[in-house]
Design a protein around this ligand. Structure first.
Ligand code: GDP
Ligand code: MG
Length: 443
């Protein structure tokens, strides 16, 4: 799902991420490509238009054009907007405590995946320690009851059935009595769908809903049906009232526009996604993870946010000047060192940089070595830090003793520092913020 969109967007992201200068036309061009990619992925036209307009507006603001890393700032905006489009936060099911009964009504068209999903959900809630009863209230298709029972067995969950009953509302009523008597805390009701929306189905669902007053009315929508999944959701919401949506068949290789349109058109969140036919194939829907996957960018957003906290723009500029004028000293080094440390472990930080994971052996970045280096720098006098060239053999001995290291290590750091200055100078010309971070920590 969403593979083509992912290819397209991550390509665009890669192009723009490293840019040190971006212009209004860069932004407009890129967003135009984004727009085409979204339309091609079958995202609703009006949703796309609104998305692009808002993103353009924000991206053309000062924050992007004048920032130290405009490319990444721009991507962050794009990402945040995309997360919002997908529903912002992961939404959990509304479940009551296990001392009472939570009811969940599954609705949807025939073939959308209701029965399968009901059982998957039962399985999921069971593993969370709930006592779940599946209720076979689909009486339209004769085999439906058996199908639920078979799936229920796979889930290790009891299924409530009434083979001779004709009215699904009666099944629901009786199942509630049964649940009360047998201390079930969760009822998942599988209802009958039709091939198309019809009034009989809707009124049946409405009467069940009225009787049971469920905590959740979940529409199971087939992600493969694209735009029409969105229309169906809208209609079910108007006629029955939904609390959330499960997108089934998210494992298919269709274009995936439904996932991106459904929230902004219906206002209902995607709670979970079905990713296969097996009982385990049900996953929470994380808007932020999906967005960064689509943009193919690791955790660049977290990285930008963290970096923003510690390194403000002016300071970055000062640093840049120092690098250019070669007045970068051990004092600055120490300073950067500590800022980077504040951002978390070096390893995890570096792994967040797009393109780094897999390309650089982050295990070789030794945190212990960094601590030693810090100790060495701390044992230098201010003069030595400002001008490391005065560090002669006797000073080296003193520093090594003071820092609990060896002259060998002191020498190694001095050499590394020299090498790093040269490297930084080179990199500051190509201007990449991320390589800048890397060079500062000597990676
Ligand atoms: N690949 C895939 N198939 C699914 C998924 N959910 C359901 N199906 C299949 O879709 C078909 C219809 O599912 P079913 O639960 O009977 O739909 P219902 O008519 O709404 O109850 C079955 O063959 C399921 O195995 C899913 O997430 N991924
Ligand atoms: Mg069914």
């Amino acid at each position: 799902m969403l593979d083509r969109l992912t290819d397209k967007l991550s390509g665009l992201v890669r192009q723009i991420a490293g840019k040190t200068h971006i212009s209004e036309s860069n932004i407009r061009e890129t967003l135009n490509e984004v727009k085409l990619a979204l339309l091609e992925a079958d995202v609703n036209v009006r949703v796309v238009r609104r998305f692009i307009n808002r993103t353009v507006e924000e991206a053309l603001g000062e924050k992007v054009l004048r920032s130290v890393s405009p490319g990444q700032q721009f991507i962050k905006i794009l990402n945040d907007r995309l997360v919002q489009l997908l529903g912002s936060e992961k939404k959990d099911l509304n479940l009551k405590g296990t001392d009472t009964i939570t009811t969940i009504l599954m609705v949807g068209l025939q073939g959308s995946g209701k029965t399968t999903t009901a059982a998957k959900l039962a399985h999921r809630l069971k593993t969370q320690g709930r006592k779940v009863l599946l209720v076979a209230a689909d009486l339209v298709r004769p085999a439906a009851i058996d199908q639920l029972k078979i799936m229920g067995d796979k889930a290790g969950v009891e299924t409530f059935t009434m083979y001779d009953e004709k009215k699904s509302l009666n099944v629901v009523k009786r199942s509630l009595d049964y649940a009360r008597k047998n201390q079930f805390d969760t009822l998942i009701i599988d209802t009958s769908g039709r091939l198309h929306i019809d009034t009989e189905m809707m009124s049946e669902l409405a009467s069940i809903k009225k009787f049971i007053d469920p905590e959740e009315v979940i529409l199971v929508a087939d992600a493969m049906t694209g735009q029409s999944a969105v229309d169906i959701a809208k209609e079910f919401d108007e006629k029955v009232g939904l609390s959330g949506i499960i997108l089934s068949k998210f494992d298919s290789d269709t274009r995936g526009g439904a996932a991106l349109s459904i929230k902004s058109i219906t206002g209902k969140s995607i709670l979970l996604i079905g990713t296969g036919e097996k009982i385990n194939d049900l996953e929470p829907f994380y808007p932020d993870r999906i967005a960064s996957r689509i943009l193919g960018m690791g955790d660049v957003v977290t990285l930008v946010e963290k970096a923003q906290e510690v390194i403000d723009q002016r300071e970055a500029e000062r640093l840049q000047e120092k690098i250019e004028s070669k007045t970068f000293t051990f004092e600055d080094y120490l300073d950067q060192f500590r800022k980077i440390r504040k951002m978390g472990s070096i390893q995890s930080l570096i792994e967040m940089i797009p393109g780094v994971k897999g390309n650089i052996d982050t295990d070789s970045i030794d945190e212990r070595e960094m601590k030693h280096e810090e100790a060495i720098i701390l044992s230098m006098t201010r003069e030595e830090r400002k001008n490391h060239r005065i560090i002669n053999p006797s000073r080296k001995k003193r520093i090594a003793r003071g820092s609990g290291t060896s002259v060998f290590e002191v020498n190694r750091l001095l050499k590394k520092f020299e090498k790093m200055k040269i490297m930084m100078k080179k990199m500051s010309k190509s201007g990449k913020y991320q390589s800048d971070i890397l060079s500062r920590i000597g990676g």
